[in-house]
Structure formats: C-alpha cells, structure tokens
Design a protein around this ligand. Structure first.
Ligand code: HEC
Length: 467
C-alpha cells in the first residue's frame, strides 16, 4: 500500500463530518416539535399559518428568524435556546408547507354529539363571524355577541343586528380588540345597561394599550349607542399586545367583577398592588368603589382590587347557588388554573405556578407558598382555557348539574369537568376539533351556547336523550 492508512484518516473524518452534517435532520419530527412547543398558541396542525396575513414577513428567512428570536411585544417566545438549529429548520419547513397548502380551515360543526351519558343536538345559530369573543343574554330571546375585530351584535329571533357607535379607541392588535360584553338590569331603578370590555389605545399613542370597562344605557330597540361612559382603565398602559383578560360579571353580592391580565409583564404587575394589570377588580355597577373592598384603606393600593397574583383570566361565572365568582386563567406551558375568588386573595403568579415558560425553562420550582392560594384545579398540559360556565337548570339531567364547561383554544374542543365537593373527579372532551372555543354562555333556563373562533360560529347545545 502506497499511503499508510493513518494519512487517510483526516480525509475520512472530513468526509464523514460533511456527510453527518448533511444528514442530521432534526431527531424529532417537525409535527411533533410543533405540537409540543407551538400548538398551544397557533392551533393544531399549523392551521394558524394557512391563508395567513403575515405580520412579521412571509419568507422562509423571516419565519426562521421569528422562531429563533421571538417577538416580545407581540408575545411570541424566542426558541433559539430551546430548539436546535435543525429543529428550527424543520419546524420552519413545516410552517412553510402549511402556508403553501391553501387548505383553509373551516370546520363544519357536528349536528349531534354523544357524551358518555347524553346525546346532544348541536344547532348552529350563527356562522360567518371572525372571532366571536364574548356573549351575554339580555333575555331568552336576545343574545349579545362581541367580535374581537371591533363589532357588537345582537341576535334576535335568529337575525344578527349590528349595534353601531362603539368606542373609537379599540386597539385591535395581537390579542387585543373588543372583548367581553354584559347586560345588566338594575332592579332598584328598572334601568338596563350594556357593559363592554376592550383593549383601549392610550390617548395620543396608539402603540400602547390597556384593558378598559365602559357602559351605556340599554333598551331592546337599541341599534346605535352614542355615549359610552368609561368606568375603569387598568393602568398603566403597556406596549405589549397580549394578556388583557378580560371577563366581566355581576356577583351574588350585586358587585361588578372585572378580570385584567398582566399584559405579559409578569415581574411588574401581578404581585404589585399599586398597578391594575394581573388583578381581578370589584366595583359597584356604576364604577364606584365598594367600601368593603379589601385594599381600600391601604395607601398606594389600587382600591378596586379584589384579588391579585393573576396571569391572564379569560373565564368567569357567578355560581347560581352560592353567588361566588369563579375564574380560570391561562398558565404558560402548563398551569392553567381554576379559582374561586375570595377578597384580598393572592393567587400566586408568578411566585408559584404549576407551569413552565413556553420555551420549557423553569419559572419557579415553587407550587405553594404561605399567603398564596392553591387553585381548585390545574391543567397539565395547558388546554388554553377560555370561557367557562357551570351547567345548571332544567334542561340538563342530574349527572350534568354543577359540571363545568370550559373552552380549549389550544386543542379546539369543549371540556366537561365533573366536580364533587369542588374537586374535579372526571373530565370529558366534547365537540372535538370544532375550532378554538372562546366563550360559553347560559340562558335563564340553563341552555348552553358556545362561541367558536375561526369557524366564527355560535352553537346551541340541546340535550335530547339520556343514554
Ligand atoms: C405563547 C404563545 C405562542 C407560542 C407558544 C408560539 N407562538 Fe408563534 N406567535 C405568537 C404570537 C402572539 C405571534 C404574533 C403574531 C400573532 O399575533 O399571531 C406569533 C408569531 C409567530 C410567527 C410569525 C407570524 C407572522 O404573522 O408573521 C411565526 C412564524 C411563529 N409565531 C411560529 C411559531 C412556532 C414555530 C412556535 C413553536 C416553536 C411558536 N410560534 C410558538 C405566539 C406564540
């Protein structure tokens, strides 16, 4: 042999390294990476990227950069230190494939669904909306519906009627826009009111926004509202466009409860009583502060605060038996939780949590701490909880009474939770693959209505047969 083997070794190493480089596809298949890290915000199977109006650039380069570097103001985490370069390449390809597939996502709701113990008819009352966000019944014939894009509707006798004259400073960006709606009749005066929550532009600087609460008089023939009274703005305004909350409800005590998210600034707001984000607030229905609020006599505390240490609560109802206020809130990766609110309670975010950062890193190892409340229930992994109601009333069989219904944005179904003594003892998936479930409403007889994004539908669930 003319060349000793030892001389060939470096060449062999170079060749094998090159070969190795070319053939290191990411070890985890792209759909798996996507499901694990991305689907909680962008939906199953990359649907979010089909027919997309790209915000940060539609080229492969731009997409790869966003995944690596994130976008803090919009709330997109940076995966540069969590995923390897080849995993980022793989998930970029996956997203580009979805974007090119042109398969618009338009699920058709089922006409009937079978739960473990009940057959339920599913009536599609409304379709063609964009992002139905909040719903509330005025009475059994009129349902108010908001669309996040900045529209308010009343559904009367199957007809959608637009209500004109909304606030002009609605901040429709990121997760912001027109959010919740509530109808309330003041039994003392007989007067009726409609309340809205929305993300509001900062006067003079539309790059900043805050969660706001307004109201206006209501009567059944209203089709336009010209004067909204502003009751509250969850200051300070922030440059982020996510975690606004916000749900509004009247409790059994006749007070108005409003949830405010922490605006993506977890180290600034939730544990600070001097600011409004990351709290649930309590008002008299006219916006004034109840004298028995827990922090009214604490200097520097925002006097409307009822409970604190919240992340992004987007589900709330008044329990029909106890009058207590129940909320749920989004955790990060894991740790969506349900709480029954009590005065002055601290629910712990971000000092204690069952969740992790979206990129997998630890937020805190603490799940409990003296002076902080434990959730009634938490989801691992997160379902992207949104909207919540309790089943109650003659329309439903005994096995469903006091069950909770919670929407899942991430996994696109409606979750049924069976409770015993305020403990979750069973869970069931209903309306699988229906789309992102955003809100749930109940009318006075207990019938249940579900708002679904993307599909833009409002579904009416009608129990027809006990199995
Ligand atoms: C915490 C929620 C969240 C998670 C988890 C998340 N994203 Fe995002 N992502 C966002 C938000 C918010 C935006 C801003 C655009 C928007 O509002 O849709 C965004 C934007 C993007 C964009 C740019 C879209 C555009 O319109 O320009 C891409 C691409 C993207 N994400 C990919 C991913 C991938 C891939 C993963 C997983 C590795 C991921 N995201 C995980 C919230 C998230």
């Amino acid at each position: 042999m003319r060349y000793p083997l030892i001389l060939l070794l470096p060449i062999a190493i170079v060749i094998s390294t090159l070969g190795w480089k070319e053939s290191t596809p990411s070890e985890t298949p792209a759909p798996e990476i996507y499901t694990r890290w991305c689907s909680s915000c962008h939906g199953q199977k990359g649907r979010d990227f089909v027919d997309r109006n790209w915000k940060l650039g539609s080229t492969e380069e731009a997409v790869r950069r966003v995944i690596k570097e994130g976008h803090e103001l919009l709330g997109m985490p940076a995966y540069g230190s969590t995923l390897t370069a080849s995993e980022i390449d793989a998930v970029t390809d996956f997203i580009m494939d979805q974007a090119a597939s042109k398969r618009g996502f338009n699920p058709t709701p089922p006409q009937q669904l079978e739960s473990s113990d009940l057959v339920i008819r599913v009536n599609t009352l409304v379709d063609g909306l964009q992002t139905p966000w909040g719903m509330d019944f005025v009475n059994d014939t009129t349902l108010l519906i908001t669309e996040r894009e900045g529209r308010l509707w009343k559904l009367v006798a199957g007809q959608l009627v637009a209500i004109e004259g909304l606030p002009e400073d609605i901040h429709v960006r990121g997760q912001g826009g027109l959010l919740d709606v509530m109808h309330w009749k003041d039994d003392a005066t007989g007067k009726e009111w409609v309340y809205l929550t929305y993300s509001k532009d900062r006067p003079g600087d539309a790059n900043q926004s805050a969660t706001a609460l307004v109201r206006a008089p209501w009567s059944s023939d209203v089709e336009s509202i010209d004067a909204w009274e502003e009751l509250f703005v969850a200051r300070p305004y922030e440059k982020t466009h996510h975690h606004y909350g916000s749900r509004v409800e009247i409790g059994g005590d006749g007070k108005l409860y409003l949830t405010c998210g922490e605006r993506g600034r977890r180290d600034v707001h939730p544990q600070n009583l001097a600011t409004s984000p990351g709290k649930v607030h309590r008002f008299n229905p006219d916006g004034s502060i109840p004298e028995d609020n827990p922090f009214v006599s604490q200097p520097d505390a925002v006097p409307s605060i009822w409970s604190w240490g919240h992340r992004n609560p987007q589900g709330m109802f008044r329990h029909p038996e106890t009058g207590t206020i129940w909320t749920h809130e989004h955790g990060p990766k894991g740790g969506d939780e349900i709480n029954i609110l009590g005065p002055g309670n601290n629910y712990g975010w971000p000092r204690i949590t069952f969740g992790r950062n979206y990129i997998g890193t630890i937020i805190t190892r603490d799940t409990a701490m003296v002076g902080m409340e434990q959730p009634l229930y938490y989801w691992l992994p997160s379902i992207g909880a949104c909207g919540m109601e309790v089943v109650y009333g003659d329309s439903w069989p005994d096995s469903w009474q006091n069950n909770l219904l919670v929407g899942s944005l991430s996994f696109e179904y409606l979750e049924r939770l069976h409770l015993e003594d305020n403990k979750v003892v069973a869970r069931e998936r209903l309306l699988e693959d229906v789309g992102r479930v955003r809100d749930i409403a109940r009318n006075s007889t207990g019938e249940v209505f579900v708002a679904v994004e993307g599909a833009g539908t409002v579904l009416h669930l009608e129990p027809i047969e006990i199995k």
